[in-house]
Design a protein around this ligand. Structure first.
Ligand SMILES: [Zn+2]
Length: 349
């Protein structure tokens, strides 16, 4: 299957009542791990790259690895998504390269650190939508600011500093025409999300449900949604790591989100932990080994395992064969003739 539009993946997920994991990648092994997990569980999937990933791997390597993934797994719908575009120019460069969707994170100024005003966010996001849709490319916006920092991107601080206001979410969706909306409900980027198992005082699932009630057809996106499982933390620390005890977003909370309009779930930290734990284990148990394949193979397998588990938990497993890819040119037509709506359905308070 060619690389497909994230819009199609999310529309299908809404029809099927499931969520789609969006897994971050920086290299070949991570792409291979995700594709093998998708094959194993028969899942449609979103593979995403941040600005940091694009700089690390270089755009051309990334893009051609993604083309290889699409070619090698014709039965799997796979989208290539830009995670946290910081500016109009970054989004345009991703679209020119061949990404099938972009996130314009206008919640922050282009420095990727300072919270932007609502009007700035609307303006830059709308500008990206106006460029992207005629080219058949879907756009994710963000309203409210996530906590933490990842890949140098983020406002830092707690996820509770700038949670999403439901009225602003409605206005933002109406004025920008985004395909999906990332909301801030207390989650943070990185491994250190919560200092205890999160309850309603730190993870605002009630707010998510409120936003979903106002925007019942809008695809919501949960960022910073690694679960940071104890067993993966333990493997890292057992083999010489020094992670402080931490808690991620419990899978059951993500599943509650999926019941309430969440269609895209961003996961990065869990993959990182799985890879690092597997590599540390090889280094400690067999220090005589020096062939990178000796530790990259188990690393890849460990990431595949956690990704396959998430695919099953998010409900996307089993859905790869539900539909055929719509070409990006036809997606563009759909935006033009209105078959792909960009006007959100809004319910009264
Ligand atoms: Zn994010």
């Amino acid at each position: 299957m060619p690389l497909v539009s994230t819009r199609q993946l999310l529309d299908e997920a809404a029809k099927g009542g499931y969520g789609v994991g969006a897994f971050n990648v920086n290299n070949m092994e991570q792409i291979q791990a995700i594709m093998e997990a998708a094959k194993e569980t028969n899942s449609p999937v979103i593979i995403q790259a941040s600005r940091g990933a694009r700089a690390y791997a270089q755009d051309k390597y990334l893009y051609h690895l993604m083309l290889a993934a699409a070619e090698l797994y014709p039965e799997i719908p796979v989208a290539m998504h830009l995670d946290h575009g910081n500016s109009y120019e970054t989004c345009v460069s991703a679209i020119e390269l061949g990404f099938t969707s972009v996130m314009m994170d206008g919640s922050l100024k282009p420095d990727g650190k300072t919270p932007a005003t609502f009007e700035e966010n609307v303006a830059v996001t709308k500008k990206v939508v106006d460029y992207a849709h005629p080219r058949g490319i879907a756009v994710e916006g963000e309203i409210g600011v996530l906590g933490g920092v990842e890949d140098g991107h983020g406002a830092g601080g707690s996820g509770l500093d700038h949670v999403t206001d439901p009225d602003q979410a409605v206005e933002f969706a109406e004025r920008t025409g985004v395909d999906s909306l990332a909301i801030a409900i207390g989650t943070s980027h990185g491994a250190y999300k919560f200092t205890k198992k999160p309850d309603g005082s730190v993870l605002k699932m009630d707010l998510l449900i409120k936003i979903h009630h106002r925007l019942p057809k809008t695809h919501l996106v949960m960022h910073g949604s690694s679960s940071v499982p104890q067993d993966l933390q333990d493997i890292v620390n057992k083999f010489g790591g020094k992670l402080k005890q931490t808690w991620g977003v419990p899978v059951e909370e993500i599943q509650l989100g999926i019941k309430n309009g969440v269609r895209k779930v961003n996961v990065d930290t869990d993959s990182r932990l799985a890879i690092t734990g597997a590599i540390r284990k090889v280094f400690v148990e067999t220090p005589e080994k020096f062939d990178p394949r000796d530790y990259l193979k188990p690393a890849r397998a460990a990431m595949q395992k956690v990704v396959a588990l998430r695919m099953t938990q998010f409900g996307q497993a089993g859905h790869a064969g539900d539909y055929k890819a719509i070409s990006i040119a036809d997606i563009a037509k759909g935006y033009k003739d209105g078959t792909l709506s960009t006007k959100p359905e809004v319910a009264k308070k």
